[in-house]
Design a protein around this ligand. Structure first.
Ligand code: SF4
Length: 212
């Protein structure tokens, strides 16, 4: 599998925020979100080939129980990602799959240790035409959809999206950049939107440092 980096940190985003986590970052993404904070992982050439056995060995060595398979987009390498998720959950690890929402979720193995964190891309990312609303039907109550909001226009788009689509899981609103929370919290409260307003915790702790 083409891997950009493997590192231990705390989970900085979404409903598992704060948990010590081993991040396995797949290399390669077809999207180009304007605010992307992992530009160093967008190309296949920004990764190296890792046999799945070696990834599993790295996981065991870490001693961490929570795994985040992220990217890039892991589902751009669907066969390896599915096999890795199966191996990890069979070995007792709790796994969060982070995906852009641009790839179908039908092949993702579902079990009680595997959680999907799927983005819904907003106009401010420049990638809203890559959303696949049909993926929402494959999400379950423990999963989450993440809306990264670059400003008021994105917020209004997200509100409208939630009015038009049934979302069967947690809804997370996070400002692009991860720290400018006040306007978003006030808007959610004023409008009664069913969303958690969350920061990118790692940016508070380590700034934009890579591998954190
Ligand atoms: S989907 Fe994720 S990795 Fe790909 S460009 Fe957007 S933010 Fe970056």
């Amino acid at each position: 599998m083409r891997i950009n980096e493997i590192f231990t940190s705390i989970q900085g985003e979404g409903v598992f925020i704060g948990l010590p986590t081993l991040f396995i970052r797949a290399a390669g993404c077809d999207l180009r979100c304007r605010w992307c904070d992992t530009p160093y992982a967008l190309l296949d050439s920004q990764g190296t080939d890792w046999p799945l056995d070696d990834i599993m060995a790295e996981v065991r060595k870490s001693g961490v129980a929570n795994i985040c398979l992220t990217g890039g987009d892991p589902l751009r390498q669907p066969d390896d990602s599915v096999e890795l998720m199966k191996r990890l959950t069979a070995a007792g690890y709790s796994v969060v799959l982070e995906t852009s929402g641009a790839y179908g979720l039908a092949g993702v193995p579902r079990n009680e240790r595997l959680f999907i964190s799927m983005d819904v891309k907003m106009p401010g990312s420049g990638m809203a035409d890559r959303n696949k609303p049909e993926n929402l039907e494959l999400l379950r109550s423990g999963d989450q959809v993440k809306f990264i909001l670059a400003g008021r226009d994105d917020y209004n788009f997200a509100k409208e999206f939630l009015r038009e689509h049934a979302v069967p899981c947690e809804v997370v609103f996070t400002p692009a950049g991860g720290r400018d929370l006040a306007w978003l919290a006030e808007a959610v409260l004023a409008d009664g939107v069913r969303a958690r307003v969350l920061p990118q915790l790692h940016k508070y702790i380590w700034g934009d440092e890579r591998g954190r």
